[in-house]
Write a protein that binds this ligand. Structure first.
Ligand code: ARG
Length: 590
């Protein structure tokens, strides 16, 4: 596999950079503004207007934006990429790519592998902080969204050659543990022998200990003492804590296993020992003030301060996040730190980031871009009644059950479909099961990812499992159909890729080719703006554009069979990479 050649946009930008440098030799830092264009050409270069407003009134050879556009075009170095250019009145440069170049670009990808189309992103190492449920509390659909979105963002960055530290910032520290441990000791004196059986269902255990905590004042006091002993490191307390964490961890793992998600746990407890030093540093830098007994940081433009030491002297969510942030910057040398939680936590992160800028851990945003932090917020999951998603009126949804239901529904539907086609006999039980998993879990992920993450989204099995419309089911089946076209041709794909070539004679072939080669810049856009829905939209359009091509261009048995099969294969390869980056397992047969 060769290294990435960069996106088409990046390649065009290089050519325009050369021209801009020779057109404006005293102004070598002008960044080319190249973008895809769907109206007048394939791409556009939009520098002329901006340059004109900068030099207007000064004595130069340019009399209007159009003359700047003309000059940029004249100074373009020769390139096989560009077929033709034209300059619009306002100076916009329309760029038409050469068919031969588009075809070559696709052929190269087929022989060298899709990694060649990875975008080039100016970051070496990133931390993605996602999923991050709380021990002993339920992992709810909000955590499911965080898990799905965070995994996709990690995959997009990994494909773009960024090293990603996938971090599960689990809530495994804090006052609730005093209550849980004390409850364990009092209700199950033999807990060490009974082990995890004593606790049973952890959520129930949490509920009943919380009840006692709220109702029984002396228990509450004992629970508060237990926290102190746990935090003081007493062995018996540490062991009970570990035991409780372990049960939660096993439950979370069931969800991760089904969704094929890997992440490394570095929970709140990990950062705890470093907090005092961080508070000291912030205090030395003059950031910390006293307010109502607590130690706080005031942030410009915020109505409330960020509490970093509570009035009882304890640390909190914010002290942990500040410490984790400094750790990620200093020890882990992350250049980009991305936090995936519901939008409700936006203010918390805004304040943490501002505090970090005041402490000079992060650069002034007007200067250096990196290291940088982003909070990736998302909306809530709604049930079909438009209210917060729940199975029955009060109960929360167990995520594992939810995922199993998606799979089971898929399996039933698949069986039905195969039976109707008389194909059920060709499928082994294992194949059925695996396909149902791929489609079912894929459907849950895609239904979440295809929306702009900031909007609330409605959870509906009927919608996400529909085989028509913008769903994973539709897309996975579309991919399987392309694979079956290629299989039916009985041609040797390796041979085809080696010796065959692509030509884009039919308009629908060109549209398909052009859409294919935009893949890299779409991934780049989705990464830089942290918006997985951009990639979903691209994938859906790809499948529609393919359908149009397949309707108007005969593949098997035509004079262009070789070229068209290669276009089919390129489409399948790009679709598979989209699936992979979205965390969806492809399906080859249907
Ligand atoms: N445990 C938190 C919650 O469930 C999410 C943690 C997000 N990450 C962080 N570094 N604060 O709401």
């Amino acid at each position: 596999n060769r290294d990435s050649v960069g996106s088409v946009k990046q390649q065009l930008s290089k050519i325009f950079k050369v021209s801009l440098q020779s057109t404006f030799p005293n102004d070598v830092d002008i960044d080319p503004l190249v973008s895809a264009s769907t109206k007048f050409a394939d791409y556009q270069c939009n520098n002329a207007m901006g340059l004109w407003s900068r030099i207007k009134g000064k004595f130069t050879e340019f009399s209007n934006p159009n003359s700047i556009g003309q000059a940029i075009v004249e100074n373009l170095p020769p390139s096989e990429m560009v077929q033709s250019t034209s300059v619009a009145k306002a100076g916009f440069i329309n760029i038409v790519l050469s068919n031969v170049w588009i075809a070559k670009h696709i052929e190269n990808m087929l022989s060298n592998g899709i990694r060649e189309w990875a975008p080039i992103i100016p970051v070496k190492r990133a931390v993605v902080d996602f999923s991050s449920p709380n021990i002993a509390k339920e992992m709810h659909v909000g955590h499911l969204r965080s898990t799905i979105i965070g995994d996709t963002l990690s995959r997009m960055l990994e494909f773009s050659n960024v090293e990603v530290l996938r971090r599960n910032h689990v809530g495994d520290w804090g006052t609730q543990f005093g209550m849980l441990i004390e409850y364990l000791f009092e209700m199950f004196p033999n807990w060490e022998d009974a082990g995890q059986q004593a606790i049973g269902d952890l959520q129930e255990f949490y509920k009943s200990s919380k009840k006692k905590f709220d109702e029984d004042a002396s228990f509450k006091e004992r629970a508060q003492r237990a926290v102190v002993r746990l935090q003081g490191g007493e062995e018996k307390y540490r062991n009970a804590w570990k035991q409780i964490c372990e049960i939660s961890r096993r439950e979370f793992a069931q969800v991760y296993q089904r969704l094929g998600i890997h992440l490394e746990e570095k929970g709140e407890s990990f950062y705890n020992p470093f907090i005092p030093d961080v508070i000291q540093e912030l205090s030395d830098k003059g950031l910390i003030e006293e307010s109502e007994g607590a130690r706080v940081i005031f942030i410009e433009g915020q109505s409330i301060p960020l509490i970093v030491v509570k009035s009882d002297g304890g640390y909190n969510y914010a002290s942990t996040d500040l410490t984790a942030l400094r750790y990620r910057l200093r020890e882990e040398k992350a250049e980009w730190i991305i936090y995936v939680t519901d939008v409700g936590q936006q203010q918390h992160f805004d304040m943490v980031f501002s505090a970090a800028r005041r402490a000079c851990w992060l650069p002034d945003p007007k200067g250096n871009l990196y290291p940088k932090t982003n909070h990736v917020g998302f909306g809530i999951v709604l049930g079909q009644d438009g209210k917060r998603f729940r199975t029955r009126s009060t109960e929360v949804v167990r995520l594992v059950d939810l995922l199993d239901e998606a799979k089971n529904r898929c399996k039933k539907e698949l069986q039905q479909r195969l039976e109707n086609n008389g194909k059920l006999g060709e499928w082994s039980e294992q194949e059925l099961e695996r396909t149902a998993e791929a489609v079912g879990y894929g459907a849950v992920k895609y239904a979440d990812l295809k929306n702009n993450r900031l909007t609330n989204y409605m959870f509906s099995f009927d919608q996400m499992l529909n085989d028509k419309g913008n769903t994973a089911v539709y897309l996975l089946y579309a991919h399987a159909r392309i694979c079956s076209i290629i299989r039916k041709s009985n041609r040797d794909l390796t041979e085809l890729t080696k010796s065959g070539s692509i030509s884009l004679g039919h308009p629908d072939e060109r549209i398909l080719g052009l859409h294919l080669i935009r893949f890299a810049e779409i991934v780049e856009e989705a990464c830089m703006n942290l918006l997985p829905n951009v990639l979903c939209e691209y994938l859906y359009n790809l499948s529609e554009i393919f359908t149009r091509f397949y309707t108007s261009c005969q593949v098997i048995g035509s004079a262009e069979e070789t070229s068209r099969l290669l276009l089919c294969e390129a489409t399948a390869v790009v679709m598979r990479k989209c699936f992979e980056v979205l965390g969806i397992e492809p399906v080859y047969k249907i």
